[in-house]
Design a protein around this ligand. Structure first.
Ligand SMILES: Cc1cc2nc3c(=O)[nH]c(=O)nc-3n(C[C@H](O)[C@H](O)[C@H](O)COP(=O)(O)OP(=O)(O)OC[C@H]3O[C@@H](n4cnc5c(N)ncnc54)[C@H](O)[C@@H]3O)c2cc1C
Length: 510
């Protein structure tokens, strides 16, 4: 059977997207140039919204079992930490989970859902016509092959061949600064030396298998291009310069230099070709947001592309992917630029004093709960909203993520909202508890919309007075009403269902 969608790249974004497509019944094939999964992990973190995404699909226990929770996170490495625990989420923490583990878990899930993963094939080009896309590949022995599908998604990283072949521009700024990371099987340093390293801005993180990751910016070498390999000698010299000791690092498993080139694709879609993850946005890994943003791109795109392939997408739905996710990509690139600038100023001799004063000021500001909450909302991605600024009449909840409210006496039985999203459907919450009984079954609608009647829910003041909420498969609120008059509400609900789910018959009729 031919795939309906080809995903290029089996990194976290491609794997997540393939899972979402397959969940919606789309025949999906990933082509990946590597013959084996990646062993080294660039990213180490899943932030709250990403863990929530896993929770929506019933996967959070798998991820939590392999990771370690840390209570908050940082912005620009400031001493005042971001308080994720204060955010309205059951997952108000950072899940410390190496990227290779995230990929392993997503690949496991993709295979369970029937995704075909073809390794050892590199995309070299593509061409599209009115009905589909042809993807040119080079396989083992440099053999040329062509695959055809209705859509292709480039999840093939910052140097995306798909982006290039589709002619999508990738404007932004060149690399001006680089950092260095090393994963070591052996380090010989006492706790006070490690504390001193941390105090000088060196990131020290224990990894699985007894490895320790160290990451630093060396003022003397931070202009070295990322293409120049890192040697153990350089690592030791830099550490000694930064914190007075080389920390006894030995047996490096991975040494890498990474830069701050910052770019955002001009568009996330060209006809039948779409981009997600690093293929669409690259930036310095400040506060660990790139992988998280890629997972969230995939969650936004998956159900929309599936709706298009399955033939029920309302007009404009697929284009809303670019409209919703590109501004988020832009915001992430901008906040990493702010963080990188702050780091750089701290290292340049003539700015060191004012930079320290600036950091002091920002530390104080982050101590103000409202400020902390705002930045934490952005880095955790819990504050991401897809509200349409033109839709004045919409309820203020529209576009925001649905909180995982506790449900009391819900039918069908569920104890919390996120349990209802495991099949990737829309969920219509009847919070007035008065319209659910006697709904007629509608097979077409039921395949897309799960309706739940809730007699009561736990304390969420922002939902006071809300009588119905329609939530998209990615957990964002499509429509909400505070109406109390049943007939008017039904008319509003049917219009929302038609606009979002394409179901025109009265799904929720009494
Ligand atoms: C030092 C460092 C630390 C980081 N730490 C964090 C962190 O803590 N948290 C975080 O959220 N992010 C972090 N990031 C960013 C994160 O690693 C990336 O954003 C993430 O890997 C992007 O995932 P992706 O799937 O979009 O792309 P990639 O992970 O780059 O995956 C792309 C895949 O496509 C394949 N591919 C490429 N070209 C082709 C082709 N032509 N044909 C077929 N296959 C192809 C590649 O082999 C690869 O498997 C960090 C980055 C760096 C450099």
């Amino acid at each position: 059977m031919h795939a309906q969608v080809i995903v290029v790249g089996a990194g976290p974004t491609g794997l997540m997207l393939a899972c979402e497509l397959a969940l919606a019944g789309v025949r999906t094939r990933i082509v990946e140039r590597r013959t084996e999964p990646q062993r080294d992990s660039r990213a180490l973190t899943l932030h709250p919204r990403s863990v929530e995404l896993m929770d929506l699909r019933g996967l959070a226990p798998r991820f939590r079992a392999l990771g370690r929770t840390v209570p908050g996170w940082h912005f620009a490495n400031l001493d005042t930490r971001l308080d994720f625990a204060a955010l309205d989420s059951r997952h108000g923490y950072t899940l410390f989970l190496p990227q290779a583990r995230t990929e392993f878990l997503l690949q496991e899930r993709a295979l369970e859902l029937g995704v075909e993963i073809t390794r050892g094939y590199r995309c070299t080009g593509l061409s599209q016509d009115a009905d589909g896309v042809e993807v040119q590949l080079r396989g083992p022995g440099d053999r040329a092959e062509t695959l055809r599908a209705r859509y292709v998604v480039g999840c093939d990283g910052g140097r995306s061949a798909v982006r290039e072949a589709a002619g999508i521009a990738f404007p932004g700024t060149e690399e001006t600064l680089t950092g260095v990371l090393g994963d070591f099987a052996a380090i010989d340093a006492d706790p006070s030396a490690l504390d001193a390293a941390r105090a000088h801005g060196v990131l020290v993180a224990p990894l699985e298998g007894g490895l320790t990751r160290l990451v630093y910016l060396d003022p003397e070498r931070m202009r070295t291009p990322s293409g120049v390999p890192v040697t153990l000698e350089e690592f030791r010299t830099s550490l000694t310069r930064i914190c007075g000791s080389d920390l006894g690092v030995a047996e490096p498993r991975w040494l890498s230099r990474f830069g701050n080139a910052t770019r955002l694709a001009d568009s996330y879609r060209r006809d039948r070709v779409l981009l997600a993850g690093d293929a669409a946005h690259i930036h310095f890994p400040a506060a660990g947001q790139g992988l998280n943003a890629g997972l969230q791109d995939a969650m936004n795109l998956g159900w929309k592309l599936a709706a298009e392939v399955n033939g029920w997408a309302p007009p404009g739905l697929l284009d809303s992917y670019d409209a919703e996710r590109r501004p988020v990509g832009q915001a992430v690139t901008e906040n990493t630029e702010v963080q990188t600038l702050l780091a750089e100023l701290t290292l340049v001799p003539q700015y060191r004093r004012p930079a320290a004063a600036l950091r002091g000021l920002l530390n104080d500001l982050l101590g103000i709960p409202e400020v902390n909450h705002r930045i934490a909302g952005q880095v955790s991605a819990l504050a991401t909203s897809y509200a349409d600024p033109g839709a004045d009449a919409a309820d203020p909840l529209v576009g925001r993520r649905m909180p995982d409210i506790g449900l009391i006496a819900a039918a069908p039985a569920a104890t919390r909202a996120y349990e209802l999203f495991s099949r990737g459907h829309f969920v219509l919450f009847d919070l007035a508890g008065d319209t659910g009984s006697g709904r007629t079954a509608d097979t077409e609608g039921d395949a897309r919309v799960t309706t739940v009647t809730v007699m009561r829910h736990d304390d969420h003041p922002e939902l006071d007075g809300v009588t119905e909420i329609l939530v998209r498969p990615d957990g964002h609120i499509a429509w909400a009403t505070r109406g109390t008059e049943p007939d008017a509400r039904r008319a509003e609900r049917d219009a929302a269902l038609a606009a979002w789910t394409g179901v025109t018959r009265e799904v929720a009729a009494r």
